[in-house]
Design a protein around this ligand. Structure first.
Ligand code: KIV
Length: 310
């Protein structure tokens, strides 16, 4: 990527990962659609991560990512469903609103869940409006080409920015033959290319490419003007996204080949809770510094009142 002039992205604006919230965060400007387009133009990689609650939003903010997605992967990583299909609009809105409360700088994108936008343009616009009005999202994401292209166009016409998502689209994984990479035959690759071009023509400001061969990505990248965010789509995309629970090692379910683990947080969480339980059982917790005291005269008076009652 370019070594040229850097624009003020969330990632290069003096964030200080690992420290307490940096006072300079107060001077940061929120990431916008135009700053993302500018990043693409300058070859500045875009970092996107999912977040599903207030603390993970705070982590994403402090770490300085550019885009936060309240992904419907939360169905599995947070809500324990076997796939992304069952999660409801209400559940997603609750998670997105919590993320909004913890987020200031990155662009906030809410994932429209399965069944909440496919039926008609009216249904798609109404659901997208809820994500903006009730949860404070800046944009929404929907999956697939085909009929989703018209839904994307309708939402964009209603004034809400839309991110597309092609390749492996987990909401319709059954129809795709399971959770497997897409575009590995020339015919299927052409479909992915067509879907991406159609979503861009419909007005999507960005498109996620999931689990497609790098060769296919290379071909589409030459034809698209909007920023492309990859997940298992090779290095040629304008940015990369990973699921928070995957990259930090919190989710203990199956991890796709494209997941890179940057931490083993679940192990640390289990160790911490285990140590607490051991302390409770051994009466090592609480210690004096964890308790509250009473002024001696108040304690004395309490005892006297109780004694006089007997
Ligand atoms: O739901 C999700 O987390 C996603 C990302 C994988 C892009 O759609």
């Amino acid at each position: 990527m370019s070594a040229g002039p850097k624009i003020a992205t969330a990632g290069n604006r003096s964030k200080n990962p690992g420290s307490l919230p940096n006072p300079s965060l107060a001077q940061d400007k929120p990431v916008t659609l135009s700053s993302l387009a500018e990043m693409k133009a300058l070859g500045e990689p875009i970092a996107m991560v999912t977040a599903n609650d207030y603390p993970s939003a705070g982590v994403a903010e402090e770490a300085g990512v550019d885009i936060v997605l309240v992904g419907d992967s939360a169905a599995m990583t947070v809500l324990g469903y076997p796939s992304t299909v069952p999660v409801s609009v209400e559940e997603m809105l609750m998670l997105a609103a919590a993320v909004r409360r913890g987020l200031r700088t990155p662009l906030l994108v809410g994932d429209l869940p399965f069944g909440s936008y496919e039926v008609s343009d009216e249904q798609a616009v109404a659901t997208a409006q809820r994500f903006v009005k009730e949860a404070g999202c800046d944009a929404v994401k929907l999956e697939r080409g085909g009929s989703s292209v018209e839904r994307a166009r309708a939402i964009v016409a209603a004034g809400i920015p839309v991110m597309g998502h092609v390749g492996l689209t987990p909401q319709t994984a059954t129809a795709l033959g399971g959770y497997r990479s897409q575009g590995r035959t020339a015919d299927r690759a052409l479909e992915v290319v067509q879907d991406a071009l159609a979503l861009e023509a419909a007005g999507c400001f960005s498109i996620v490419f999931e689990a497609i061969p790098s060769d296919v990505t290379d071909v589409v990248m030459r034809q698209l003007d909007v920023p492309v965010i990859g997940i298992g789509a090779g290095p040629a995309t304008d940015g990369q996204v990973l699921v928070f629970h995957d990259l930090l090692g919190i989710y203990d379910g199956h991890a796709a080949r494209f997941v890179k683990r940057y931490a083993n947080v679940r192990e640390q969480m289990v160790a911490g809770v285990h140590a607490f339980a051991e302390d409770v059982r051994a009466r090592r917790y609480p210690e004096p510094e964890h308790g509250y005291t009473m002024a001696p005269d108040e304690r004395e008076r309490l005892h006297q009142v109780l004694e006089n009652r007997n």
